[in-house]
Design a protein around this ligand. Structure first.
Ligand code: NIG
Ligand code: FE
Length: 415
């Protein structure tokens, strides 16, 4: 058996049979929004047949035709199959930890205070710069395996803890090497060797962007007081779009600074966080094609207000869910836990939460034509959960219910 992105042992055909349930977001359209977000197809007593790394067929056991030729069979009794989970927002390329900061925060210090005092993101920058490319490769692979164990078969990861040329480019290579979708978060913070954000952007856009553009699929910026303001973010993102990158923004995490308007103006793929977004932002996003990526594990970890998930869904915005996995604001690899938080805190139904971290997350990564649904022709990425009803995914809070993961038609090694 093989790790996530290696396919040496892919069986020609793999049949997962006698599943208690198989569930997939309904319909063929993507992204899903409004009422469509909560529509799922559930098959009881089901099978899924994988061939050549793709889904060849799904159906009820009673409709399974006998067939000739080699097939590896997996017993799905008592298990439910869901699409492989897609984590469209992580910061998995970092070294060191922030356990000291975590302890300080637990006794009252705020995330923003620690950031302003040179801790926070910049302390991870120091550790990441010191790790070297081999250290970063090992770190992303380790984090990738933890995510896979929680059912994540596709992950995006940002750079953003190098903020110098060599470490940013090494980060993007390490992410791709581990099978991740790389995003250049070249505007995550202002490193201490620069006088201000504008001086840092002069450097990043002239010295790093030309090479980053050929390694990354998207660019991201942290729009916040103490990080980058809207004019600076506009300058950075416009240059990145001209270099061919899709656009993402960290916006409205602590305060509304105008990031929603900028995301819409620049036709960004997504704006992520939105814990501070008010009614006007919800309305604007719902009338746009910009996805709202909600990160409730980050709000929980920092003790911040939750983003307005229900309001965004009701208004018809494109809603996706992700972990925000990183050492400072969300030390959490688990999308199943995120679906629980979506249900209990954001008031999304289990079905809405499932679509938000499968097909809609795949849309944010430009892959909704092949990832995030259990239908013929899509990638044979699926998670087998140890429950007779797939909604245990969100219901069983903090449980280790991933019984198996199939990636590209092959059982993945989880340990
Ligand atoms: O999405 N807010 C900006 N970036 C990350 C946190 C990074 C860190 O604290 O190391 C986030 O929460
Ligand atoms: Fe983030």
């Amino acid at each position: 058996m093989t790790a996530a992105n290696e396919s040496a042992d892919v069986p020609v055909r793999l049949l997962v049979r006698d599943l208690a349930q198989l569930v997939t977001p309904s319909g063929g359209a993507s992204p899903l929004r409004g009422e469509g977000l909560g529509e799922v197809d559930v098959l009881e007593d089901a099978f899924v047949l994988c061939e050549g790394g793709k889904i060849a067929a799904v159906g009820r056991m009673q409709d399974l035709e006998p067939f000739a030729g080699d097939v590896v069979e997996l017993d799905g009794r008592g298990l439910s199959a869901i699409p492989g989970l897609v984590d469209c927002h992580t910061h998995a390329c970092f070294a060191g930890d922030r356990v000291e900061e975590f302890a300080l925060r637990a006794s009252g210090a705020s995330y923003e205070e620690l950031h302003a005092a040179g801790g926070g993101i910049l302390s991870t920058v120091r550790a990441t710069r010191a790790a070297g490319e081999d250290g970063l490769r090992a770190a992303v692979r380790r984090h990738r395996t933890s995510m896979l164990r929680s059912g994540t078969t596709t992950f995006e990861s940002k750079s953003g803890y190098g903020l110098d040329r060599d470490t940013e480019l090494a980060s993007l290579r390490a992410i791709a090497d581990a099978g991740g979708v790389p995003t250049w978060l070249g505007a995550h913070g202002v490193p201490s060797e620069f006088e201000d954000a504008d001086a840092y952007l002069d450097f990043a856009l002239s010295e790093v962007l030309p090479a980053a553009a050929s390694l990354a699929e998207a660019a991201d910026v942290f729009v916040e007081r103490g990080a980058f303001d809207v004019p600076q973010a506009r300058r950075y993102l416009t240059a990145c779009a001209e270099a061919g990158l899709a656009l993402r923004l960290h916006g409205d995490q602590f305060s509304e600074q105008g990031a929603v308007g900028l995301a819409i103006e620049l036709r960004a793929r997504s704006i992520d966080h939105l814990e501070a977004t008010g009614e006007a932002g919800v309305t604007a996003l719902s009338q746009s094609e910009v996805a709202a990526v909600l990160l409730p594990a980050s709000a929980l970890f920092l003790g911040r207000p939750m983003p307005p998930g229900r309001a965004l869904v009701e208004a018809g915005a494109i809603v996706a869910l992700a972990t925000d996995f990183n050492p400072g604001s969300a030390f959490c690899e688990s999308l199943p836990l995120v679906t629980s938080l979506a249900a209990t805190q954001l008031k999304l139904s289990p079905a809405e939460a499932l679509a938000a971290c499968t097909v809609n997350a795949a849309h944010v990564l430009g892959r909704a034509d092949r990832l995030g649904r259990l239908v013929p022709g899509y990638a044979a990425d699926l998670v087998l959960i140890d429950a007779p009803d797939w909604r245990y995914l969100a219901y069983h809070l903090g449980a280790d219910l991933v019984a198996g993961v199939i990636r590209s038609g092959a059982p993945a090694e989880l340990r």
